[in-house]
Write a protein that binds this ligand. Structure first.
Ligand code: AMP
Length: 277
């Protein structure tokens, strides 16, 4: 049976009752899909109990972004969590998370200024602040994050390391549909035609490892961008090859672990994807 927790008081009581157990935690913004469920399955296989949070975090959205329109199918989400045997759902409202007078922020330096950070300047501060609060509220043994939001995973890992947080951060592979499209709650915004175009994103990125064998990084990045433009994406924020841990530009492609990362637009919808090289 799924226990639904909506106030900090009930969450802390629940937490006290499970002292000494291995607690797996999967933070989400809801509109759950098979990608989220793959994180939950991993959490179930490695812990005594699993708690999922659903919280659409206002402070990680810029004023022009989709905070108001973000899908919130809470009843369906509860059913899904119950069906897969999750023990608890932490679903606070915005006022429970940020009561009147809240004015603290957690900010990771360096890596948050790159890629997503340069297009969404306050985004990562919003993410690290809420994840820090969630970690304090739940004190999980392990927390599960998808490689779908690859930079977020690196940022959270850095925060946990820098702040001595006693939670193990576990990165999980990207769950894709048959065409290779990374599942995302935001895919629901796409029209049929846009979905057809979105499905090309991953197949384009898949060419990168091959090209990297014979071409310079800048040439590969240029070729990827040209092909994405030809594939009818409306705008390319970036498509780059970076060091897989720091996300800084690669200095030596023969020595560093690398990742190709992209952010593109279809109409008003921004899609991200990435893969290892
Ligand atoms: P979100 O609800 O979009 O904030 O995502 C919650 C968590 O699920 C994050 O750690 C995401 O990286 C992860 N996630 C979202 N989509 C996928 C996917 N297709 N495959 C794996 N993890 C995912």
């Amino acid at each position: 049976m799924l226990t639904v927790l909506k106030s900090l008081e009930t969450l802390w009581l629940w937490r006290e009752q499970h002292e000494g157990k291995d607690i797996g935690f999967v933070p989400t913004m809801g509109a759950l899909h098979a990608g989220h469920l793959s994180l939950i399955e991993k959490a179930k296989s490695e812990n005594d109990i699993v708690i999922v949070s659903i919280f659409v975090n206002p402070i990680q959205f810029a004023p022009n972004e989709d905070y108001d329109s973000y899908p919130r199918p809470l009843t369906k989400d509860r059913e899904k969590l119950d069906n897969v045997g999750v023990n608890a759902l932490w679903a606070p409202n915005a006022l429970e998370m940020y009561p009147e007078g809240f004015e603290t922020a957690i900010s990771v330096g360096g890596i948050t200024k790159l890629l997503e950070g340069s297009y969404r300047p306050h985004h990562f501060d919003g993410v690290t602040t809420v994840v820090n609060k969630l970690f304090n509220q739940i004190r999980p043994t392990r927390a599960y994050f998808g490689e779908k939001d690859y930079q977020q995973l690196q940022v959270i890992s850095k925060m946990v390391k820098d702040m001595d947080i006693n939670t193990k951060v576990i990165g999980c592979p990207i769950h894709r549909d048959k065409s290779g499209l990374a599942l995302s709650s935001r895919n629901a915004y796409l029209s049929r035609d846009q979905l057809d175009i979105a499905r090309r994103l991953n197949s384009v990125l898949k060419s990168a490892p091959d090209w990297m064998r014979t071409m310079e990084i800048a040439e590969v990045e240029k070729k990827l961008e040209d092909i994405l433009v030809q594939a009818d994406f409306d705008k390319i924020d970036y498509v780059v090859i970076r060091n897989a841990e720091t996300l800084k530009p690669v200095k030596n492609k023969h020595e560093e672990k690398m990742r190709v990362l992209a952010a593109v637009w279809l109409g008003k919808t921004r899609l991200i994807d990435n893969m290892g090289i």
